[in-house]
Write a protein that binds this ligand. Structure first.
Ligand SMILES: CC(=O)N[C@H](C=O)[C@@H](O)[C@H](O)[C@H](O)COP(=O)(O)O
Ligand SMILES: C=C(OP(=O)(O)O)C(=O)O
Length: 357
């Protein structure tokens, strides 16, 4: 327990918590183009990039969409079918394919899960023993799904794109009434969002108002800088889409990271975490060479004789060779007697213990 937030244990050796590195999710989503071999290649790349987990999106189409939504013509360069239903069906992996991908992930040593985009899919994910279920932004205000997922007693990672703050507070209350094993992710559901829409400071708001859960960030912006900064603002979960090629057909590729960027993101996050360190301000051992070279000492601005009282007009502060009393000690030197003769422009080493000696 730290900071009022308990560690959220996901599986052997992986947990979300203050003393754990940020949990990094490679969102494969539908960037696999409906091809299980591309999905496996993405899983391998995610592992090589240092991600903690790969994530897919599981839907049961008649549960997620109305028939007329499925019948809608999908007139987009990203369409994999004439209608939205055909497009989504093309991108949907079967239960058997999910099991195959889960086994594949297990064999290469990376956690595997998916967002459950309807109750049928949440039920399916609960049966295959995923470390957590993701609830995407499209379901953030779907309170019956949230309750249903919470009742599974499996950790939840919930994105909050497309929602205002009243809804976010309601999500928190809704899931918390069942358990506290969940994380809220700040998210802006644009692909990609304009930078000024990102508002990373929302993370500070979540941290303040939800003191007993961890918070994180699901980013769709271009590049890696903003996602790295989210970690500096306290994100303990970071999710980004991974693609093999940003120019491929598909709504998400352009705002995804390619393997080179993803690996750099993981590296930058790990570096940043080391650099964030602790809030204790103290002189570090590594600063000693600079202290030796450039720290300033108290120096006589005119000749001072042994036993003479040191007054402000008799001293100044300079980089001296050798070093004398550190500049920061000036108040303790003024009013004391010099314990030795000091020539002008020479450092002061010795003063009497008090001004009576
Ligand atoms: C909100 C949400 O679910 N967003 C997901 C996660 O970021 C996306 O991956 C969508 O599934 C994707 O952009 C949809 O694209 P299309 O409509 O072309 O299948
Ligand atoms: C929609 C999803 O993600 P997000 O809302 O975080 O973009 C998802 O994970 O399915």
């Amino acid at each position: 327990m730290h900071d009022g937030r308990s560690d959220l244990v996901l599986s052997d050796g992986k947990a979300i918590g203050v003393s754990h590195p940020c949990f990094i999710i490679a969102e494969i989503g539908q960037n696999h183009q409906g091809d299980i071999n591309i999905a496996k290649q993405l899983i391998k790349e995610a592992k090589m990039c240092g991600a903690d987990c790969v994530k897919f999106q599981k839907s049961d189409l008649p549960s997620k969409f109305t028939q007329s939504a499925l019948n809608r013509v999908y007139d987009s360069p990203h369409a994999w079918g004439e209608t939205y239903g055909e497009h989504k069906a093309y991108l949907e992996f079967s239960r058997e394919q999910y099991l195959e991908l889960q086994e594949f992930s297990k064999n290469i040593g990376i956690l595997f899960t998916a967002s459950g985009m309807d109750t049928v899919s949440v039920d399916f994910l609960a049966t295959i023993n995923v470390p957590f279920i993701k609830i995407g932004s499209g379901d953030a205000d779907n309170f019956s799904l949230l309750e249903h997922a919470a009742m599974k007693q499996i950790p939840l990672i919930i994105s909050t794109g497309m929602q205002n703050y009243d809804v976010v507070k309601k999500i928190y209350r809704c899931v918390k009434s069942v358990h506290c094993k969940f994380v809220l992710l700040h998210c802006i559901s644009s692909y990609p969002p304009p930078v000024e829409d990102v508002n990373l400071r929302v993370l500070e708001l979540y941290r303040r108002d939800f003191p007993d859960i961890h918070i994180g960030y699901s980013g769709h912006e271009l590049g890696i800088t903003i996602s790295t900064a989210a970690v500096a603002l306290g994100a303990k979960v970071l999710e980004r889409h991974l693609t093999l090629d940003k120019t491929w057909k598909g709504n998400d590729h352009q705002s995804s990271l390619d393997p080179i960027e993803f690996r750099r993101l993981v590296g930058d996050v790990r570096l940043l975490e080391k650099a964030l360190g602790s809030p204790v301000k103290q002189v570090q051992l590594s600063e000693q060479p600079c202290i030796d070279k450039l720290s300033k000492s108290i120096v006589a601005s005119k000749r001072i004789r042994k036993g003479e009282v040191i007054t402000r007009d008799k001293i100044t502060v300079k980089v001296s060779e050798p070093k004398g009393i550190r500049a920061g000690e000036i108040e303790t030197v003024i009013g004391r007697k010099s314990a030795q003769d000091v020539d002008e422009d020479e450092p002061i080493f010795l003063i009497t213990k008090d001004d009576t000696n």
